[in-house]
Design a binder for this molecule. Structure first.
Ligand SMILES: [Zn+2]
Length: 430
């Protein structure tokens, strides 16, 4: 029986890291250690432990056979900080953006109309910040490392879609979904966020006016990279792309219903060929009610749209969980970038890699959950081939690594084994 993987916030502080190898405190030292990490010959696969039995094709490999040579990358919110998006955690692992920030939980979202009004109002205001933000040098450095044949894919916890934008040729698995679409809780159909945003503007002209006012009167208030500056101007941006406006009348906010469910609900019994609308339990008849302008009305019970992200308190879909395990099993090394691995869904992937005998590299400013375990048993004299632990900004370190490798003409052709990783989760590209 598979346990559901739930996304929950984790607020403990993590102890500061020990830099591995000790020579990697400087930028040149860190670049040298990462080169050693990427170039090191593959280690043998370890026998599966009880935790990793029966999960993924990797466990069918005989223990002792060499692991693939390629590296799979796992990224978190810190990677997008240089793009102007806020991180959940500060240097010491504390919630620095907004101390009162309490993310909405999935059960509350799906059961509570006022909670959805509040969520979509804040998301409506926050969208322009995300829309105007772009991938940064770290994302493009991963594209370049992939071009040199070192990477098999990226697993990201980020919902900003920067990875698929920066490196469409390198597969990205978005562990916690993405903000670029809204998904229907009833039928699972997706609505592209751009059009959804226009619908929100049409249904909420006063909010649209407020948003324009903020953009005109305080240009940059939503875009500024400095959270304190945003706060000073009366808006607070949170890491899932939503904005908080103190005292805003959220109860006036309207959001559209799923167009597919609305069509089925209003055409029920009229011979359109589509069956009657049924809720996700497969039994309860569904009904979508909308007001005169087409906004979702609480008299109905279906057609609620949610962001296509895994909300806190929501389980990760089994197909995503399996694809992430397969991405780990399709590589020989794991490089963790800019995440404290506070969520179990990410942490367990690193544990899986460690159990398989894969060298682990971690680049993160601040401590990482349970990281000592990932670096146990390393030869104290190793230069990075068995593991690296760096504390540096990814948008400086990774481009420096790429420059160094390009100048020295390093790289190797992707082998059959590294392209296998691409096939494993090509279905996850979206
Ligand atoms: Zn629907």
């Amino acid at each position: 029986m598979k346990k559901p993987l739930m996304r929950i916030p984790y607020t403990e502080l993590f102890p500061p890291p020990s830099i591995i190898p000790p020579t990697a405190r400087s930028l040149p030292g860190a670049v040298a250690a990462l080169q050693e990490f990427l170039h090191a010959p593959p280690l043998p696969l370890q026998p599966p432990s009880s935790q990793t039995l029966n999960s993924g094709p990797g466990s069918s490999q005989p223990p002792g056979s060499p692991l693939p040579r390629s590296t799979v990358v796992l990224t978190g919110a810190g990677l997008s900080v240089a793009s102007g998006l806020p991180d959940y955690r500060g240097l010491n692992g504390t919630y620095r953006v907004n101390k009162t920030y309490r993310p909405i939980y999935y059960p509350e979202f799906v059961s509570n109309h006022p909670a959805r009004q509040r969520y979509w109002a804040r998301s409506f205001l926050g969208w322009s910040t995300l829309q105007n933000a772009h991938p940064n040098a770290a994302h493009y450095a991963l594209r370049d490392l992939a071009g040199m044949g070192f990477l098999s894919g990226v697993i990201t916890q980020n919902v900003d879609s920067f990875h698929p934008r920066a490196h469409p040729g390198l597969p990205t698995l978005e562990l916690h979904g993405y903000l670029r679409a809204a998904v229907c809780v009833t039928c699972g159909g997706e609505v592209e966020r751009e059009g959804f945003q226009k619908e929100l503007a049409r249904l909420n002209p006063r909010w649209e006016g407020f948003l324009r006012g903020v953009l005109v009167e305080a240009p940059g208030a939503l875009e500024t990279e400095d959270p304190r500056e945003r706060e000073r101007r009366g808006v607070r941006m949170n890491p899932d792309g939503d904005v908080e406006v103190p005292g805003a009348p959220y109860t006036t906010f309207r959001y559209p219903a799923c167009p597919a469910c609305l069509a089925r609900s209003s055409s029920a019994g009229k011979g359109t060929g589509t069956g009657p609308l049924v809720l996700a339990d497969g039994v309860t008849p569904g009904r979508v009610e909308v007001d005169d302008d087409g906004a979702w009305h609480p008299a109905g019970n279906a057609g609620v749209l949610k962001p296509a992200v895994v909300m806190f308190g929501e389980s990760i879909a089994d197909r995503v969980k399996t694809a992430a395990e397969e991405a780990i099993d399709g590589a020989g090394k794991l490089l963790v970038l800019a995440t404290s691995m506070a969520t179990y869904s990410a942490w367990r992937l690193v544990k899986r890699a460690k159990d398989r005998g894969m060298p682990i590299g971690v680049v993160n400013i601040g401590g990482v959950r349970g990281e000592d375990m990932f670096f146990s048993g390393l030869d104290p004299g190793q230069a990075g081939g068995q593991g690296v632990r760096l504390e540096m900004a990814t948008d400086e370190l990774l481009p420096a690594l790429v420059r160094e490798m390009q100048q020295s003409g390093q790289g190797w052709s992707p082998s059959a084994e590294s392209s296998r990783g691409e096939n494993v989760f090509k279905d996850m590209l979206s």
